[in-house]
Design a protein around this ligand. Structure first.
Ligand code: PMP
Length: 427
């Protein structure tokens, strides 16, 4: 049993010593002290089914024994040296990771986070094309450093600092977007942005195939292939941000972009790559990778042997335990069950997603699609009281985000449905 500091003491320390901008989800915050696969445990030993997975980060399961073992083993040998020396852990993982990507995408740069990966990708696009303008999609989240905050396109995540050189395209949002699911129509607007907002050429286009923070919105079909063509014609390169949708989460494919029949020029990743160990990566072609030889490029911890050992173990577990297949089977089952729940509860306006990356949007009026923000908060809190943790997001804060560890089972899905049903019935 846990005998460490409890909720009140941690809250007091947080108030005094941690950033005043930190927030927590629940009325009564949770002190999580242990994790095991798809479960979390609080200070009283109470078990929760984790359907958020540390924001799509815990791919294999909390404290997966093989990932833990890889980290411990590597830690006992060497935790850190410098990239000036050789170590096999980083090279082995780079090779394994490259084998998961299509086409000529085989040069890997390791970083410590998704923000860093996207900062690097955007810089490479700009250097490679000689063009500063980048297009991102409204409602996107790509990070919170100076360059990526420019690409992030939701006011709640943007501080009032200089963020230049990014144009924001219409969101091909199949639920609220003006052209519904007509992807090519939204793509035309990207051409307009280039024609009327730039010199006619762009550095690149950055996108999440399924917007995560934005509320689990998969870009409308036909959009990405049309935009890839437009960007190519304008001299730019395409960057797929797979920070949430990568590493088998979408079930049908290993990467989110693959469901759209495109091959990007750069792919960025983080979160699920390390199952919770801080790690990110940029993968690109040898040709584009060359731009970084113009100057010294260096990242102290990026590709640290301990983190890359973890990443390599994650890849092996995903394959050995067939987690992509599981994400497909259990995810499809859960989406079906959520759709049945939608038939019962008026408050569910939309159920969407792919594999174990699922969104449930709540509205007070299905016709007007009025965001049910308070209800979302309340139901989420009730679900926690009944032992199930889901995430929340979307521009209006009215979308449940279901991104559990990929070892989630059908029984877990049934339990989640029962609990959500009870919480909604009590409304
Ligand atoms: N891209 C996407 C799609 C993300 O969801 C996030 C994090 N929410 C990031 C980039 C930034 O990653 P990090 O928090 O590791 O910097």
């Amino acid at each position: 049993p846990y005998d460490g500091p409890r909720t009140d003491e941690i809250l007091r320390k947080r108030r005094e010593f941690l950033s005043p901008s930190m927030f927590y989800f629940y009325r009564k915050p949770l002190n999580i002290v242990d994790g095991k696969m798809q479960y979390l445990f609080d200070e009283d030993g109470r078990r929760y089914l984790d359907a958020f997975g540390g924001i799509a980060t815990v791919s294999c399961g909390h404290c997966h024994p093989e990932v833990v073992e890889a980290v411990v083993k590597q830690s006992n040998r060497i935790q850190h040296s410098t990239v000036l020396y050789l170590n096999h852990a980083i090279a082995d993982f780079a090779e394994a990771l490259a084998s998961k990507l299509p086409g000529d995408l085989k040069v890997v740069f390791f970083t410590n986070s998704g923000t860093e990966a996207n900062e690097l990708a955007m810089m490479m696009a700009r250097l490679y094309t000689g063009c500063h303008d980048i297009i991102s999609i409204r409602n996107a989240y790509h990070g919170n450093a100076s360059g990526t905050m420019g690409a992030t396109a939701q006011s709640i995540w943007k501080f009032n600092t200089i963020q230049n050189g990014v144009h924001h395209a219409l969101n091909p949002d199949q639920y609220r977007g003006i052209f519904g699911s007509d992807g090519p129509m939204y793509a035309k607007e990207v051409q307009d942005l280039i024609d009327f907002g730039t010199c006619g050429r762009v550095g690149g286009f950055i996108y999440e195939a399924i917007q995560g923070v934005g509320g689990i919105l998969e870009l409308a079909p036909g959009y990405l292939s049309a935009v890839h063509d437009i960007i190519k014609k304008a001299g730019g390169i395409c960057i797929a941000d797979e920070v949430q949708s990568g590493f088998a989460r979408t079930g049908s494919h290993f990467w989110g972009f693959e469901a759209h029949g495109v091959v990007p020029d750069i792919v960025t990743m983080a979160k699920g790559i390390g199952n919770g160990i801080p790690l990110g990566a940029v993968v690109t072609t040898p040709q584009i990778a060359k731009v970084l030889t113009q100057r010294n490029y260096f990242n102290t911890f990026g590709g640290n042997p301990m983190c890359t050992a973890a990443g390599h173990a994650v890849l092996k577990v995903i394959e050995k335990e067939k987690l992509q297949e599981n994400a497909f089977v259990v995810g499809s089952y859960l989406i079906d069950r959520l759709k049945s729940l939608q038939a019962k509860h008026e408050v569910i306006g939309d159920v969407r997603g792919r594999g174990l990356m699922i969104g449930v949007e709540l509205v007070t009026d299905r016709q007007l699609k009025t965001p049910a923000k308070d209800e979302t908060f309340h139901i989420m809190d009730q679900m926690k009281e009944m032992g199930v943790l889901v995430g929340k997001g979307g521009f209006y804060g009215n979308v449940f985000r279901i991104t559990p560890p990929l070892c989630f089972t059908k029984e877990d899905a049934d339990y989640l449905i029962d609990v959500m049903d009870i919480a909604m019935s009590k409304q």
